[in-house]
Design a protein around this ligand. Sequence first.
Ligand code: SF4
Ligand code: SF4
Ligand code: FES
Length: 256
Amino acid sequence: MTDQATFRVWRGDSTGGRFESYQVEVHEGEVVLDLVHRLQATQAPDLAVRWNCKAGKCGSCSAEINGRPRLLCMTRMSALPPDEPITITPLRAFPVIRDLVTDVSFNYAKAREVPGFIPPPDLKPGEYRMQQEDVDRSQEFRKCIECFLCQDTCHVVRDHEENKAAFAGPRFLMRVAELDMHPLDAATEAGLDRKATAQEQHGLGYCNITKCCTEVCPEQIKITDNALIPLKERVVDRKYDPLVWLGNRIGLRRKD
Ligand code: SF4
Ligand code: SF4
Ligand code: FES
């Protein structure tokens, strides 16, 4: 006998919506995205869902399963409670376009607000040298697949649209942290203080290190422990550095 699952899927658009219930066949080893595809093939051909790789690498199938932000293609049916309806909803922090598809352009706007790597002026490409431990440290952050599950789950913006203008979210604070700890980044020489911008422009102070972002990251990046907390510590160190304090008082900026 083939197993059946009950799916409660949010259907609607920016004007409103409702839950629709479906009975869908389940086969051994399947993930939630397999059942969503079966649903489209058999009962709901107009159901909108975004996906691409079905391998946890493109970051496009983000949605909420039983209220938790997850990748549809990496959530095994066997990991969900059997004999209970499975609720699938669009990401809550972003505007709905249709059904399970949301407008994630907030994240692209925030990405553009973080100035990129500034190459050292005295070195040419090919002359850059880094310690392996510095490479390893940023390698972790480079695993990000930009699924924006961390952005969706962060309570600073999840139910607080009003905070979005001032807060970049964990994914982009992590980007600031990565650049700030990059040994070759020449931001300071170029007059850019990444620690100050983290606090003043990207909203680092809103983060109260709850670690919810880390818990939902499908790449198991330790966003809070390895990026946000060290960045907060460097911001505090800089603020209470007596030389920085004196420099600010007399209108100088220390090159640190
Ligand atoms: S640790 Fe900070 S960025 Fe991450 S979810 Fe909590 S408040 Fe948001
Ligand atoms: S840090 Fe993790 S949860 Fe956030 S966008 Fe990147 S991969 Fe997704
Ligand atoms: S379809 Fe690419 S991450 Fe799920």
